[in-house]
Design a protein around this ligand. Structure first.
Ligand SMILES: Cc1cc2nc3c(=O)[nH]c(=O)nc-3n(C[C@H](O)[C@H](O)[C@H](O)COP(=O)(O)OP(=O)(O)OC[C@H]3O[C@@H](n4cnc5c(N)ncnc54)[C@H](O)[C@@H]3O)c2cc1C
Length: 433
């Protein structure tokens, strides 16, 4: 069979969610993934009994991905990290928060810091991010937070919630919306995010999606302003009415002949990816079990002990994820790795003797775009206006959401646009008869 209603490009979260929604509505769907493995950036690698996501992953419980996955019947089991937070400041680790009243005893903060921080947290919880206008995070912080130490904590909180380290460019509204989501709780998943992908794959098969892996789509063929087919590596081609691409803005741009005359050009040029350096570590045991969560205040790093709350090994090994947020400045992988190992040694002295597995990801793309100054919150897609039948989804196709929430929400929007259009077409055909 080489004719389908829709081809979905990319077998990550967005691709699976779009494909399942379309197939459940009665469409014939082919889902094509270039890698030999399903999952995109949501894969989990298992080595020496330890499950490692690609960098620390947390599912926002108030976010769209959580509710969309639950609606599809995906079981999401794991645990919520507690609010036991250490700060890294001046190359020292200092307890910041160990429970509701513990901020008051933190030695890092003066009385006035503590009061200012509590006021700020109240303000963040209550504000309406949709009414914040197009200003940067820096502009908002300079205006609202006079206390320099509280500002350091604020930026660290924003980095942790959004993975983004660009306060001069990041829009305050969407960043604070994500902080609010984070404050409502996140989930670390047992056995990693691969469990989401594995369940989505079963659901796609049950819904009748035709799964093709290990093959790239080499072209989205369109004629007279309409999608006609997708060409696959090796010379095959699938005749289709619609395409949902979940590839990055630059990848989808390359797949479309004449893309320079479409919005795809604008989206590719305006997208600002977020990249990070990640150190993912499996340890026989944790040298210091008290320290499960540390945020850098004077350096953009974050450390989290995931096995404190989720099952991520078969033999009791402990998993710690470290991130260095990469901003606009030049970054050097060797230095980034040194910064992360030094941070680990600060929090978990002697950790090197306990290593079961360890992986450094020097510059991984966390999201293909974040909401930045000069770009509206609703920026791309789902439809590519110049080519009927062509849709985009993924973490850069956002209407205010971020990260996996944007992937999931945009996938549903793309699928719904196709379903609605197909229903309209049917009504028109039957009216003509
Ligand atoms: C270090 C790190 C930490 C993160 N932490 C979090 C977190 O805590 N919370 C959160 O919500 N999100 C987090 N994310 C983001 C989340 O992982 C991604 O937003 C999400 O997995 C992206 O899914 P996607 O389907 O949009 O894209 P991808 O997973 O990138 O899938 C796109 C797929 O398309 C395929 N493809 C591309 N071109 C073609 C082609 N021509 N033909 C066929 N296939 C093609 C690719 O191979 C890929 O598999 C994190 C990401 C990273 C890297």
């Amino acid at each position: 069979m080489n004719k389908y209603d829709t081809a979905v490009i990319g077998g990550g979260l967005a691709g699976f969610i779009a494909a399942i929604n379309l197939a459940q509505s009665g469409q014939s769907v082919a889902l094509i993934e270039k890698s030999g493995r399903w999952g995109g950036r949501a894969i989990t690698n298992k080595k020496n009994q330890v499950y490692l996501n690609l960098g620390g992953h947390a599912l926002y419980q108030a976010g769209e991905a959580y509710s969309i996955l639950r609606k599809l019947g995906v079981s999401l089991e794991g645990g919520k990290p507690a609010s036991h937070i250490h700060a890294i400041w001046n190359n020292q680790t200092i307890p910041l928060l160990a429970g509701p009243a513990s901020l008051l005893s933190s030695k890092l903060l003066t009385w006035s810091n503590k009061i200012n921080l509590m006021r700020l947290m109240m303000k963040i919880k209550q504000l309406n991010p949709n009414q914040m206008g197009p200003g940067s995070l820096r502009a908002w912080a300079e205006q609202e937070i006079k206390d320099p130490m509280v500002r350091h904590i604020f930026y660290a909180l924003c980095r942790t919630s959004t993975y983004t380290h660009a306060p001069d460019y990041q829009l305050a509204g969407p960043a604070l919306a994500q902080v609010q989501r984070g404050l409502q709780g996140v989930l670390y998943l047992n056995n990693g995010w691969q469990t989401i992908i594995d369940q989505l794959k079963v659901k796609a098969e049950q819904a009748g999606v035709h799964l093709v892996s290990g093959k790239s789509v080499t072209e989205i063929v369109h004629e007279q302003g309409k999608v006609r087919s997708v060409a696959l590596e090796g010379g095959d081609s699938l005749e289709v009415h619609h395409v949902v691409s979940t590839a990055s803005p630059s990848e989808v741009y390359k797949l479309v002949r004449g893309a320079e005359h479409t919005e795809l050009k604008h989206w590719k040029e305006k997208a600002r990816p977020v990249v990070a350096a990640c150190l993912d570590v499996g340890l026989k045991k944790l040298p210091n079990t008290e320290r499960e969560f540390a945020i850098g205040l004077d350096q953009p790093v974050f450390i989290s002990h995931h096995t404190a709350h989720a099952r991520l090994s078969d033999d009791g090994s402990r998993v710690v994820h470290l991130v260095k947020y990469i901003g606009q400045e030049e970054s050097d992988p060797v230095t980034d790795e040194q910064i992360l190992t030094a941070a680990m040694s600060l929090i978990q002295p002697g950790w090197e003797q306990e290593v079961v597995t360890q992986r450094f990801l020097p510059r991984i793309t966390v999201t293909h775009n974040y909401h930045h100054v000069g770009q509206p919150e609703s920026f791309a897609g789902p439809a590519v206006p110049e080519i009927q039948g062509l849709f985009v989804a993924g973490d850069w196709v956002s209407q205010g959401e971020m990260l996996a929430d944007a992937s999931a929400a945009s996938a549903v929007r793309a699928a719904q646009s196709i379903i609605q259009k197909s229903q309209q077409d049917l009504v028109e055909i039957s009216a003509r008869r």
